[in-house]
Design a protein around this ligand. Structure first.
Ligand code: PLP
Length: 390
């Protein structure tokens, strides 16, 4: 039977740089002691206190259908959190609860784009971006952020593609580069969005993992509240990746329509997960800082280990749980280097090419193993790079 072009076209086939990740997993399954520095998953599980709250919520009866657009107590907490963190007044009517940031990416593009519309996004990018855009029937168009600018996007590169497009998706702090967009960058982006009536979709799932500078949500910039859709999630901030809980913040009308989408797709998020999310948010900024702390420490460790050599050049990550390394001095692509590192040293990193073309010749190191193991793996990575350039 014929399947729709929309569903068969979500991914585009061919090598997308993820082979090394799958191969590393296979080698682990075969019993090899692989150091996995690939995906963005904490090396701790969800905190026991949050699990206890979730369990208590099941016993208290939060096991039936839940409000499709989110329970009011959670929407209130998210609204308060966003108001407090950004200074932008936000009410529960501005909040839709969704099963994770990924569902937020889908809902926001559904809200912003009609069939065949162009949706812009910045390369390097989180792996699902183009497929998510295709899955709503829109046409993804990548705008490169260049390594010479430390992957800070240049509004001048975006402007020529803005006319006729429907949306622009940005992500700061950024996966995979760790870059935090500056106020100038965001002001330039906001100006383009206003000039061309683009929805700005701002993926802020790493907002609690910031090591330098200030996190600016573009929704707070003058005139941007009416055309910005912000995606948030407890996956990274509270180590709740498996609970599938996040939100979209935006203008009331957009939130109401995305609520209709929720009714016709997910039918809401499990009530006991939402109750646990309320508990998690009530633990406050200190808890979030505690979850983020190992990544800051490991980011500093990696940068320290890379001092005194210039074969492997780090992009000095401002935030997020990754460090991007420029290995172009070796003459290898990111993919070849990552494969070589896996074969010779049993260390798995992600090729820059798996996040688009702009990060070719780079590898992304996820800071998701203990410090000692991370230091050992980075030592092996540098030795391999130096041997290749010798
Ligand atoms: N956006 C970015 C930039 C991510 O890195 C991720 C996950 O790695 C997501 C969204 C999806 O997160 P969630 O677990 O909230 O769906």
């Amino acid at each position: 039977m014929q399947l729709s072009r929309r569903i068969t076209g979500i991914t585009q086939g061919g090598s997308d740089g993820w082979d090394v990740y799958y191969r590393a997993n296979r080698l682990s399954d075969e019993g090899l002691d692989i150091t996995h520095l690939t995906i963005g998953e904490h090396d701790i599980g969800t905190d026991r206190s949050i699990l206890d709250a979730m369990h208590a919520a099941t016993l208290a009866g939060h096991t039936g259908y839940s409000a499709f657009n989110g329970k009011m107590n959670l929407r209130e907490r998210v609204a308060r959190r966003v108001s407090e963190r950004t200074g932008q007044p936000t009410t529960p009517d501005n909040v839709l609860v969704v099963p994770g940031g990924q569902a937020g990416l889908f809902a926001t593009h559904h809200a912003a784009c009609d069939e065949g519309d162009t949706a812009l996004y910045i390369d390097p990018y989180y792996a699902t971006y183009p497929g998510t855009i295709r899955s709503v029937g829109a046409r993804p168009l990548a705008i490169p952020a260049r390594p010479e600018r430390m992957f800070q996007p240049d509004p001048a590169d975006i402007a020529p593609h803005a006319a006729g497009a429907s949306s622009l998706l940005i992500n700061s702090p950024n996966n995979p580069t760790g870059v935090n967009y500056s106020r100038d960058t965001l002001m330039g982006i906001a100006h383009i969005c206003q000039e061309h009536a683009l929805w700005l979709i701002s993926d802020e799932v790493y907002d609690t993992q910031l090591w330098h500078g200030q996190h600016i949500s573009p929704r707070t910039l003058p005139g941007m509240e009416a055309q910005t859709l912000v995606i948030g999630s407890l996956s990274k901030s509270h180590a709740m990746t498996g609970s599938r809980i996040g939100w979209v913040v935006g203008p009331e009308e957009a939130i109401e329509h995305m609520g209709n989408l929720a009714t016709h797709t997910t039918y809401g998020v499990a009530g006991f997960v939402q109750e646990a999310a309320c508990f998690a948010l009530d633990r406050g900024p200190e808890f979030e800082a505690m979850i983020a702390a190992p990544f800051r420490r490991r980011r500093d460790l990696v940068l320290r280990l890379l001092e005194g050599q210039n074969t492997v050049r780090p992009i000095p990550a401002d935030g997020a749980m990754y460090v991007m390394l420029d290995i172009r001095a070796t003459g290898l692509s990111g993919e070849d280097f990552a494969n070589r590192l896996l074969d010779t040293n049993l260390v798995a990193v992600m090729p820059g090419e798996s996040f688009g073309q702009a990060a070719a010749g780079h590898v992304r190191v996820a800071l998701t193993v203990d410090d000692e193991r991370l230091a050992e793996a980075v030592g092996k990575l540098v030795s391999l790079a130096q041997n290749l350039t010798a």
